[in-house]
Design a protein around this ligand. Sequence first.
Ligand SMILES: Cc1cc2nc3c(=O)[nH]c(=O)nc-3n(C[C@H](O)[C@H](O)[C@H](O)COP(=O)(O)OP(=O)(O)OC[C@H]3O[C@@H](n4cnc5c(N)ncnc54)[C@H](O)[C@@H]3O)c2cc1C
Length: 417
Amino acid sequence: MVVIGAGFAGLSATRHLRDQPVTVTIVDHHNFHTFQPLLYQVATAGLDPADVAYPVRTIFGREPNVVFRHGRALSVDVDTRQVGLADGTALDYDRLVVATGATTGFFSVPGAPQHALPLYTLADARRLRNNVLGCLETADAHPEDFDGGAPTFVVVGGGASGVEMSGALLELLDVSVRRDRLRIDPERSKVVLLEAGDRLLPGFKHEAGRYAEETLRSRGVVVRLRTPVAEVTGEGVRLGDGTWLRAAAVIWAGGVTVDGTLAASLPTAHGRGGRVTLEPDLSLADHPEVFVVGDAGAVPWGPARPEACPQVAQVAIQSGRHAALQIARQLQGRPTTPFNYHDKGLMATIGRHAAVAQLRRGPILRGTLGWLAWLGLHLVYLVGFRNRVVVLVNWWWRYLDWPSGPRLIVADVDAEP
Ligand SMILES: Cc1cc2nc3c(=O)[nH]c(=O)nc-3n(C[C@H](O)[C@H](O)[C@H](O)COP(=O)(O)OP(=O)(O)OC[C@H]3O[C@@H](n4cnc5c(N)ncnc54)[C@H](O)[C@@H]3O)c2cc1C
C-alpha cells in the first residue's frame, strides 16, 4: 500500500500500519518531515531549519515493512490503482492514503503570489529569514531607502500564524538593535498586522483573540482589524479602502487552500478550499480503498457533526491514525467505523512569556502559563530527540532573555558580482 505525504497525517497513518501485515511505501517530495507549527521561529531566526525537520528515512529506519520513496506524486488513477510519480514511474497500490496537506492560499489577491512571502514550507521559512535579515542590514547601511528611515514589515492575516509571526518579528527587531547593534530606530521600524475580520485568532474564543490583540499592541505591533488587502506590489500593499501602505516585506499568513495540490485532482466531490469530501470513515465515495487525511480532506468531526474539522495538527494526527485502523479492519474483513474527532484545544504563542492555550475544558491559559503549556505540547509532538533537546535549550535561553538564535543570511553571495 501507498501513503502520499510525510506530514503529521501521513506519519501517523504509517506509524499505525507498521504492525500490520502490509508493506507501506511512503512517498514525499521532501526527504524530511516538517514541523510546521515552528516554521515562524525559523523565519524569525529563533531556530535552525534542521531543528524543525527530521529525515523520513530515519523516522522509519527500524521498520522493515516501511519503505520511503523520495519523489513528487503527480497523479492518482483510482481505476488502475496507480500513483504516478514525476520521474515517470508508477506505484501500484491496493490501499492508498492521500496525506498531501494544503498549500498557501493567496485567494486571488492581485500581486500576492509574486510579491508576498508565504510561510508554508521549510524553504519558505528560510527565504523569509534571508529576506527579513537582509532588509535589516540594508536599513543599517541605507536608512534613506526606507520611508521614515526604517523598515516596516507587514503581516497579512490575523490567525495563529500571523499572530505568532508578528510577535516573533518584533522580538527579532528588538534583538537586532539591542544585541547586534543594527543602526535602526526601533521607534520608527514597525510590524503591522492586517486582518480583514473584526478580531484576531478567529476559531479561538473571543477572549483569546482580545488577549492576543492587547498583548501584541502593548509590545508595539500595529494591529489593524477590518483591513482587507486588495493588492500586493514590490512596494507594499494597497488596502481595501484604496490607501497604500509601504512595506519592506509583506509576509503572507492569509490562509491555506487544497486547490492546486494533488488531492484537488482526485475524481470526487470537493468542498471549501478544495478539501476532499469524505465518507464518515474518511474514505472516498465509491473507493473504500482510498483514504484522504489531514489538511487535504474535509475531515468530518463525527457522526453527529458532519462539518469539517479545522486544518490543524491534531486533526491530521487523529485522522491519519483512523485511516490506518480502518485499513487494518478491512484487511481483517471487518466493517469500517466513522471518525470521531477528540478536540484537545487550540494554542498560539504571541511572543516570549506570552501565549494563549484554549483547552477543551476549563479556563483559557494565558501569559507565562499559556506559554509553558504551548512549549510542553510542542516538545511532545516535535519529531526527534535531538530536536526536542535543542528546542528546549533554545527556549530556556530566550526565556532568560539571553538573545541567541541563528541570525544568518544563508544565500549564495559568492556568485554575485
Ligand atoms: C506556518 C504554519 C503554522 C502552523 N501552526 C500550527 C499550530 O501551531 N498548531 C496546529 O495544530 N497546527 C498548525 N498548523 C497547521 C498544521 O501544521 C497542519 O494542519 C498539519 O501540518 C497538516 O498535516 P498534513 O499531514 O495534513 O499536511 P502537511 O503537514 O502539510 O504534510 C503534507 C506532506 O505531503 C507532502 N506532499 C505534498 N504534496 C505532495 C506530492 N504531490 N508528492 C509527494 N509529497 C507531497 C509535503 O511535502 C508534506 O511533507 C500550522 C501550519 C502552518 C503552515
